[in-house]
Design a protein around this ligand. Sequence first.
Ligand SMILES: Cc1ncc(C[n+]2csc(CCOP(=O)(O)OP(=O)(O)O)c2C)c(N)n1
Length: 382
Amino acid sequence: MRYSEEELIGILNNNGVDFTCSLPCEKIGNLLALIGENFFHAPLTREEEGVGICAGAALSGRRPAMFVQSSGIGNMINALLSLTGFYQLPLALFVSRRGIYKEKIEAQIPMGKKLPGILDGAGIHHTAVNTRKDFRLIGKRLEEIYTKSRIHAFLLSPAIWEKSEVSVQHPSVRTKDAKKRIEHESHTGQQTHSPQLTRFEILNIIAPHLDSKVVVCNLGFPSKELFHIKHQPSHFYMLGSMGMVTPIGLGVALTSKKHVIVIDGDGSLLMNPGSLATAAYFSPENLTIFAIDNGSYGSTGDQPTFTKSCVDLASVARGFGIKNIVKVADEKGLMDVMKGSGKGLRFVHVLAIPGNKDVPNISLHHLEIKKQVQDFLRHNDF
Ligand SMILES: Cc1ncc(C[n+]2csc(CCOP(=O)(O)OP(=O)(O)O)c2C)c(N)n1
């Protein structure tokens, strides 16, 4: 018997889908790996960008499909309406709908639950795909999307993939990408750094130096790992809103005297790189941005980001106008950074080995996280 993922790939093939884009959700990790093997596939830095790429592909007569998380629809809505819908271009949206089935991350609930209402409000038709039996609804709709130039969203419940264990390891791709990354660095004349530490090891080295600092930490495993290693009331753990960690840190730094440490990730920074320009413009003395760059969307299954192949985040930060930039890849480099002066906006590019530590979810309620940080800032802002 075929797995759900393979059945869906078959339906897409039968309906002539020939162009795909995605930004990962861990629930569809296996599906995404198969998509990459079966179709032309563009990995995205931000879901909104995919709407543009698919519009361009549709202008060339392609049949585009996007694979995103429900949260990603929030990043796409303007482009869906003012581009795809406005010009009547076809687009099939396969949305991993979170927040409705055995959800462990509460921040997924607002977008996931409200998604049908948001789509209704936008006039985008949608079909709930709650079990594998509902796959029969997809083929007919796909035909309409491409022959009548419509947008249609298939809302995929995580229940569909629950029993599927389709095997999708791609070590050869990873090795090739890792090599490319080193070649890229030599090519651009930068010193070649090879990562020595995982994110968890990096956080372990940084943690003792965080006392009395405000820490804003990236969503997913970074926050879970930091909470496991060390918790202080001054830690703001992000549970959703990918791409917002540097903006939140900047907001605190601009309004408080406390030193603010941002712990960002390559995938999240690439989703919202413009925040580095805003940070550079204000250059707050009390802000340090750590970009832990494991070359992948580590929290959703290690799908490669472009730092693995063509992007150097230190150069990006420099290009946006940040002056004080350090690149480190090992414990000694990191220790030197932690001992160094904390004055002036700093961007610390930390190259990391992919991998997550198996740690429990954060046991604090999100409103408690907010209250602790607010209380800390109220009573300690000197
Ligand atoms: C708008 C949006 N799209 C997708 C996701 C799913 N998601 C959660 S964490 C994550 C990966 C973040 O990668 P990175 O910032 O590189 O951090 P890492 O987990 O690798 O440390 C993704 C894609 C999301 N939460 N929100």
